[in-house]
Structures are given as C-alpha cells and as structure tokens.
Design a binder for this molecule. Structure first.
Ligand code: GDP
Length: 351
C-alpha cells in the first residue's frame, strides 16, 4: 500500500497512481502541493511532509511515492520524518520495467538503469563516508559497507554494459539478414497498441489495462492487401516524464524502432490531451533519429467520441477503433501506400 505525493500537475499524478497500481501497490491517498520550486531538503514543504507522515500513519501506508526524482538528501530527510519507505518516480518505473522485462536484453537494461539510479543514492544512514585518497589496496578491514557496496555495484555496471554490447552486436547480425519490412507500432502506454496488433494480426498478444505489457518487442507477421508480407512489431510504450536515464536504458528497444520501414503512431483520441501525447511521442522519435521514417498517425478509440468532425488535419492520419475494428481497412490501405517499395519486394510484384 502506498501514498502518492507530488508538486506536479493532477494529470501526471493520476498517471503515477496508475503506474503504482501496475507495480502492485494499492493507492491510499494522493497529495499535491503548489510550490514555486522544490524544497532542496524535503522536496515538499516541511509542513506538508509532516502532514503526509500523519496521514501515512493513519492510513497504515508502508511507502510514499513521489512524482519526481529525489536527491539522496531528500530521501534521507523524508525517511526520517515520514518513517515509511520513500520511492521516487524513476525507482517506481524501473520496478515495473523489472517486473515486465522478459528478454535477456530487457532484463540487463533494467538492472543497469536500476544500479545507475541507485549508486548516487546509496548514502546509507549512519554509514561513514569514505575518506578521499584511500589509494589502491585499501580494501579490507576498516572499509565501510557503503564502499564495498559501491565497488560491487560499479563492477556489476561495467559487466552489464559489456554484456549489452555483445547482445547488440548479435542483434545487428540478425537484422542484416532480415527478410521482411518491419512496421512498428509506437505510442503511449495504454493507447491501444496491443489491441491494434491483435486486430490486425489476430495474434493473441495480451491486451489489458495494465501498463507496460509490451515492454519487450513482440513481432507478428502480417500480409498487406497488396500481398506484401511485413513484420508488425509492438514496442515499449512511452510514458510521461520519461527520465533521461530510462531513455538511455531502453535505447536498444527504441533502436529497433529506428530500424523500421514504417511507423504507426497510435494515439488515444479520447484523451483530452491527445495533441500533447502525439507531440511527446514525436519528440522521442526525433531524439532517437527515427523521425525520417514514413509514419501513419492512428487516432484510436474513436468509438469513445461522439462528434464526427476530423480530429486532426493530417493526410497521414486515420481515425480508427482497434477495439471495434473500425477503419482498419483504411489503415491497411495507408500502410500499402506509405510502406516503401524495397527492391526485393518490388521484384515480387513485377511479372
Ligand atoms: P497499449 O498499452 O498501447 O498496448 O494498449 P492496450 O492495447 O493494452 O489498450 C489499453 C486499453 O485501451 C485496453 O483496456 C483496451 O481494451 C482499450 N482500447 C484499445 N483500443 C480501444 C478502442 O479502439 N476503443 C476503446 N474504447 N478502447 C480501446
């Protein structure tokens, strides 16, 4: 059971609650505070922190989750006053990633990100800080547990990095022998990517309301109306406030997007902030240098809307309902038009 707290906007706090539930927590209460800036010592104001401490005790919460990254000092101070486990946003997201990662590469990426996030936050209460300039060979008696932990973590980090490098090289080899064009579904978590994947391929990829069901790329074959066979790939879902360290950690997953021949950006048209949702995904695509790939904007969940005027004026947009199967024929036609003709595939069409 957790209590959720943030200085932030209501919407990201709602998403944080959804993330916490995805991680298996029961959200007991949500607290926000309007502040001009974050408090360096407590993140929130001290008065608010005391209020949270009382609430946590009253509700029997065993963790308080913050909608931001916290500094080591803030974590220690908050632990002192609140007395429960203190979890920051990145730790929560990585915890979910850790639960969901299935492939070896995914697992390594998650562990790497967790250790990198943990390292600067290892200030263990009551543990002496290491003296500067201890020199080589000082390990052994007298060395604090903190130092041993840090050294262990650093060694593990460099091992994981080497492993990742090796796996990536392997994947590149596999990729160069790739036979079919790849169409990737990208978009926010919960936008309906797995549902669309199911609708298009009947592949039985699980679709439910929980976030991150698609952490690892899932790929299915699909035959387009023009007879071309493509691989349809469901990618990791984007979330709001994706911190830089997480983007780094999932670079390989995102790099698969970069190698796609066509992207289908799935957005939830019933989200009042759908424009922002699309802009965020596009910004990330740009960041990973995937913005030159032809893309279709699939405005999903139109069954939830009652107005019939076009949502977005974009010739590459299609309004669909993955759930009801609405306009999937239009989407498939657009895929045929926008998917580049590669030489091998073109030769199949020429008699
Ligand atoms: P993903 O995280 O992007 O893979 O999203 P999912 O495919 O798991 O869908 C998230 C939720 O939205 C599920 O509860 C789906 O049933 C629902 N959903 C997906 N597409 C539609 C749609 O076209 N209309 C409606 N009403 N709900 C949808």
């Amino acid at each position: 059971a957790g209590l959720i707290s943030g200085v932030s906007e209501q919407q990201t706090l709602e998403e944080l609650a959804l993330l916490a539930e995805t991680a298996g927590a029961e959200v007991l209460a949500k607290v926000t505070q309007k502040r001009p800036s974050k408090d360096p010592a407590y993140y929130l104001g001290l008065g608010k922190v005391r209020e949270i401490a009382q609430m946590a005790e009253f509700l029997g919460a065993n963790a308080v989750i913050f909608d931001d990254d916290l500094t080591p000092v803030q974590i220690r101070n908050l632990e002192d006053i609140i007395g429960t486990q203190i979890i920051d946003r990145t730790t929560l997201v990585l915890d979910i990633f850790a639960q969901r990662a299935r492939s070896l590469e995914g697992k390594i990426q998650v562990e790497l990100a967790q250790l990198q996030h943990l390292l600067p936050r290892l200030t263990g209460k009551g543990v002496e800080l290491s003296r500067e300039g201890g020199g080589i060979g000082t390990r052994g008696p007298g060395e604090t547990k903190l130092e041993t932990d840090r050294r262990h973590i650093r060694r593990r980090i460099s091992y994981l990095k080497r492993e990742l490098e090796r796996i990536r090289k392997n994947r590149e080899l596999l990729r160069s022998s790739r036979k079919y064009p790849v169409v990737s579904l990208v978009g926010y978590t919960n936008a309906g990517k797995s549902t669309l994947m199911n609708a298009l391929t009947g592949a039985g990829v699980s679709a439910n309301d929980r976030l991150f069901d698609t952490l690892d790329t899932t790929t299915r074959a699909l035959v387009l109306p023009d007879g071309r066979k493509v691989l349809l790939s469901d990618t990791v879902g984007f979330i709001r406030k994706l911190s830089h360290e997480i983007v780094e950690a999932f670079k390989a997953t995102l790099e698969e997007v970069k190698e796609s021949d066509l992207l289908i950006l799935v957005a939830d048209a019933s989200n009042p902030a759908v424009d922002e949702e699309i802009a965020t995904v596009r910004a990330v695509l740009k960041e990973i240098q995937a913005s030159d790939i032809p893309s279709i904007l699939a405005l999903n969940k139109i069954d939830k809307l009652d107005c019939s005027k076009p949502l977005i004026n974009d010739k590459n947009a299609v309004e669909i309902s993955a759930l009801k199967g609405t306009n999937l024929d239009l989407l498939l036609k657009k895929m045929c038009v926008l998917l580049p003709q590669t030489r091998e595939h073109a030769s199949l069409l020429i008699p």
